[in-house]
Design a protein around this ligand. Structure first.
Ligand code: SF4
Ligand code: SF4
Ligand code: SF4
Length: 339
């Protein structure tokens, strides 16, 4: 059997997706029996030139994780697209933008300011922030860095993507299922999710039998406000479990730890905007009549960060994209007045 030639590249990643490869544990041996890693900068010293030297379409599968945040990411994924027969968005960041995609609530200047200028723990007397070109006078050299793009993009906003493996990060089980499909070449239609379930998380949740057909809530609770009964559907206890609108496949990991699902496996098939679906679902379970608008608003105001709840993993791929902006914090306003 010819071994699958696999390239693995990371874009704006926390490193968790790469860890998930190691999580295959002893099954890594199986992986290497059926596949060769022809490019994997996180593990070995591969360079861009190594990929450039490969003939076009000579890589069987490119697994790409992390969102697109730098010009370097854009350049590399375009190169990998040319060199690969199949491109797979690996993990939630690559598929929909993931948690780093919440940075789209701010513009570039606000992000750089929050990182390099505002933090009280930073000593930056020259107010230096990374720039594409910096003259290093003492060394007599120029330092060039990749450009920081205006917003974070999911992979399919930059290149054509064949398949998606969801999860933040994907679990070993999901990765194994996806690998099996890729190795056996028994693949669903282009654009499909591979490795995970087609059903909602509730379907595989061990608490499903305690979930009534119709849930009606008067109050929403944040996790620190209650000690959850680990034997009872968390949503019925007022905790915003997004299991009903989230794709299954993780084995209900968070629920087993008495934490509500925050939606890292993303939307079910046919749902274009995860956050929109989540918010409309929440609307259906709030037990208030049209005459009780004020009480309903009070109940909603318990959740301090609605975008962070319903778009935690999918903001860049949502209909809102990067068009939502946070109001400036008091600290930012004060800093502007000081200038
Ligand atoms: S999907 Fe999750 S684990 Fe993977 S890079 Fe993004 S934040 Fe990290
Ligand atoms: S709502 Fe959450 S806790 Fe309840 S059955 Fe679904 S996944 Fe499980
Ligand atoms: S329970 Fe939800 S948030 Fe937790 S791993 Fe599964 S899909 Fe992700």
């Amino acid at each position: 059997m010819n071994k699958l030639k696999v390239a693995w590249y990371w874009c704006a990643s926390c490193g968790g997706c790469e860890e998930s490869f190691v999580d295959l544990s002893e099954e890594l041996v199986e992986f290497f029996e059926s596949a060769d890693l022809v490019f994997c900068p996180v593990a070995t010293d591969f360079k861009k030139e190594d990929v450039e030297r490969l003939p076009d379409a000579s890589v069987d599968v490119a697994l790409i994780n992390g969102g697109i945040r730098l010009s370097e990411h854009e350049e590399m994924v375009k190169l990998l697209r040319r060199k690969s027969k199949i491109v797979v968005a690996y993990g939630t960041c690559s598929s929909w933008g993931g948690i780093p995609g919440l940075s789209n609530l701010y513009n570039k200047e606000e992000i750089l300011r929050a990182k390099y200028l505002d933090p009280p723990s930073i000593n930056n007397p020259t107010h230096a922030v990374p720039a594409e070109r910096t003259r290093l006078t003492k060394l007599g050299a120029n330092l060039e860095l990749p450009a920081f793009l205006d917003s974070l993009l999911p992979l399919n906003a930059v290149i054509d993507v064949d398949y998606y493996i969801p999860g933040c990060p994907p679990t070993p089980e999901v990765f194994k299922n996806a690998l099996k499909a890729l190795i056996s070449e028994k693949l669903p239609p282009k654009g499909s999710i591979i490795g995970a379930s087609d059903k909602s998380l509730c379907d595989e949740c061990p608490l499903n039998s305690t979930k009534p057909e119709k849930i009606l809530l008067k109050e929403l609770k944040r996790p620190h406000e209650t000690i959850a009964d680990a034997k009872k559907c968390l949503l019925t206890q007022g905790l915003l479990c997004l299991g009903p609108v989230t794709r299954g496949g993780c084995g209900a990991l968070c629920i087993k730890a008495a934490m509500q699902c925050t939606g890292c496996f993303g939307p079910l098939d046919g749902i274009a905007d995860y956050g929109g679906k989540a918010i409309s679902f929440i609307g259906t379970i709030m037990d208030y009549s049209p005459a009780e608008e004020e009480e309903l608003e009070r109940a909603y105001s318990k959740i301090k960060d609605w975008v962070g709840v319903v778009y935690k993993y999918t903001l860049p791929a949502s209909k809102l994209g990067g068009r939502v902006r946070r109001e400036k914090t008091k600290r930012q306003e004060e800093a502007e007045i000081d200038e």
